[in-house]
Write a protein of this length. Structure first.
Length: 148
């Protein structure tokens, strides 16, 4: 990223999981292509956890946007479980994935994050960022506004 390049010109903000009070279930981001990008960063934010709540997040890879041949990444990309009993909550966690972590030799090009809420509700969101892109500036379509 050059000195005069804006962050949002190098890193593509993608629709992830918008802030919500989520009930126990698994919630997934879209499958996002890593073609033309060097890394993905998932930003997971967790608000207050209700009694008994747990939060897990893991990244999987696939060969296309439909999730074909989905599997775990060889270098595990998952967070340590957050728990209300453990005093977690109001946390921000980052999960980084480099394209070198993916099974590129077998055609794996897409990533997806899975947020799993267990036992009780939790207020969470997930923001996926891809970049830096080989073709810059990247699209700012997912952004409502960019102030520089």
């Amino acid at each position: 990223m050059s000195l005069h390049e804006e962050f949002h010109e190098a890193y593509l903000f993608n629709d992830g999981l918008f802030p919500a009070n989520r009930t126990p279930a698994a919630y997934t981001t879209d499958w996002l292509s890593m073609v033309g990008h060097h890394r993905m960063q998932y930003i997971i934010r967790v608000g207050a956890l209700t009694t008994g709540a747990t939060v897990d997040f893991a990244v999987t890879q696939a060969t296309d946007a439909s999730g074909t041949s989905a599997k775990a990444i060889g270098v595990a990309k998952a967070i340590t479980q957050l728990t209300q009993a453990g005093g977690d909550g109001n946390d921000t966690i980052i999960v980084n994935v480099d394209v070198e972590d993916m099974d590129q030799a077998n055609g794996f090009t897409h990533l997806r994050g899975t947020l799993t809420i267990g036992a009780a509700a939790a207020y969470t969101d997930v923001i996926p960022l891809r970049g830096p892109g080989e073709d810059r500036p990247v699209s700012t379509t997912p952004l409502t506004e960019a102030v520089s």
